[in-house]
Design a protein around this ligand. Structure first.
Ligand code: ZN
Length: 203
């Protein structure tokens, strides 16, 4: 895979605080983002959140998942800590794309769970690739991370690509009636690390 190239950067004031925003373009022309706070190049492990694009959750505040809430919490947490990185990867719907994600939602409305719906559509359950994330971290001078996640696949994905995950920091959100079943399935079928009855997850 061709490494993503850093193509633009600027200072970005937001409602969460001020970030440095860097844009990377990968070999397929997709544009990924790194938002950084503080000095992340001093060699000490860096707090990192790897967030996959979720238009419905991130932008519209959908209650089908808790991506938007996780994004907000992550950005707040990075600002509180004063040092860290959020990678925003353009792999909508765990990599299946927006239209397929919405088709899967429609199947969920007639009784399929999030895993069964993807399988019924002939799609992989999760085709996210963390090679791009690892390459972006390397470009930022980061080799060791403290990863903000509930998802063991993310840890494995980064480590497979040469990034050392020295600590996992859980991220929890509150369940809504509309996403409770989704969160249970993520926990039971996708191996997310959540406390019993609890419920924050990601995807
Ligand atoms: Zn989502």
């Amino acid at each position: 895979m061709e490494s993503p190239q850093r193509v633009a950067e600027t200072r970005l004031p937001t409602s969460h605080g001020v970030f440095r925003m860097l844009v990377y373009r990968d070999g397929e022309g997709l544009e990924h983002v790194a938002l950084t706070v503080g000095d992340v190049t001093d060699g000490a492990p860096v707090l990192v959140r790897v967030h996959s694009e979720c238009l419905t959750g991130d932008v519209f505040g959908s209650h089908r998942c808790d991506c938007g809430e996780q994004l907000d919490r992550s950005l707040d947490y990075l600002q509180q800590q004063g040092r860290g990185v959020l990678l925003y990867l353009r792999q909508e719907g765990r990599g299946i794309g927006l239209a397929n994600k919405i088709r899967a939602y429609a199947l969920q409305d007639v009784g399929y769970d999030t895993v069964e719906a993807n399988l019924a559509l002939g799609l992989p359950v999760d085709c996210r690739d963390y090679g791009v994330a690892a390459a972006m971290l390397r470009d930022l001078g980061i080799a060791r991370v403290r990863l903000l996640t509930n998802n063991p696949d993310k840890i494995a994905g980064l480590e497979r690509n040469g990034i050392a995950v020295v600590e996992r920091i859980p991220l929890q959100t509150l369940p809504h009636p509309a996403n409770r079943r989704y969160l249970q399935v993520k926990q039971q079928k996708l191996g997310h690390l959540l406390p019993p009855l609890a419920t924050g997850t990601e995807g």
